[in-house]
Design a protein around this ligand. Sequence first.
Ligand SMILES: Nc1ncnc2c1ncn2[C@@H]1O[C@H](COP(=O)(O)OP(=O)(O)OP(=O)(O)O)[C@@H](O)[C@H]1O
Ligand SMILES: [Mg+2]
Length: 212
Amino acid sequence: MRQEPVEEDLWDLLESNRTKPYGEKSNGGKLKLPMRPDPQLSGAPRIHRDPSKIPPCIRGPLRGVCRGETPWPVTICGDPGTGKTRAALVVADFVHGSQWFTWDDFVRKCNTATSGKLSVQVGTEDKIFDWERWWRYLDQSHLLVLDDVGCRGVVSEAAYEVMKTALDRREGRGLIFTTNLDVNKIADIFDARVADRLAAGTLINATGGSLR
Ligand SMILES: Nc1ncnc2c1ncn2[C@@H]1O[C@H](COP(=O)(O)OP(=O)(O)OP(=O)(O)O)[C@@H](O)[C@H]1O
Ligand SMILES: [Mg+2]
């Protein structure tokens, strides 16, 4: 004879220690990145970068987060010329399956995806992505680098949406921002929710003046 399910009070059940947490375990936002032994350019620009020239103020904290010692996302803040872009490029070169974009280009790509028309080369094929497929494609990458966030100090609704989506979809996964803004300014031009998510990750202050 089929047994009817026993009706149980939801809260009795939740407090009974018989239920388990759901979703991927985040380890406090920390995750070690898989590195490859030889660098590969992927879609990043070909400008010169030298791992040995990453300034110490960036090197130490960036190494820590890549090793899973401090939480993602990483925000490298600092004045022009302090080595932020090159440091992020070095990491992208050595991480298997990384994606690198300038912030403005990434927002443009996301906008095109919103209208279902983003063309992306996957292997030898060009594929057309909408917003969801585009983010699902990016989900497969171990690292997403977004260079020069908020460089003109204005944020459109679309750019806000992109920032919030990147932060929430890549929670506890490889995500590096570089910016000339400090976190207070980011809170001004985005909002407190974005600033709070960045502050929960690893903030790196690139100091020491321009290396140009
Ligand atoms: N790791 C590195 N390898 C080679 N050159 C470097 C490196 N780091 C800094 N430099 C030198 O410093 C200059 C500035 O570096 P980079 O472009 O990374 O600065 P940035 O902080 O991104 O500047 P901006 O805020 O203007 O974008 C480079 O043009 C290069 O000459
Ligand atoms: Mg730069």
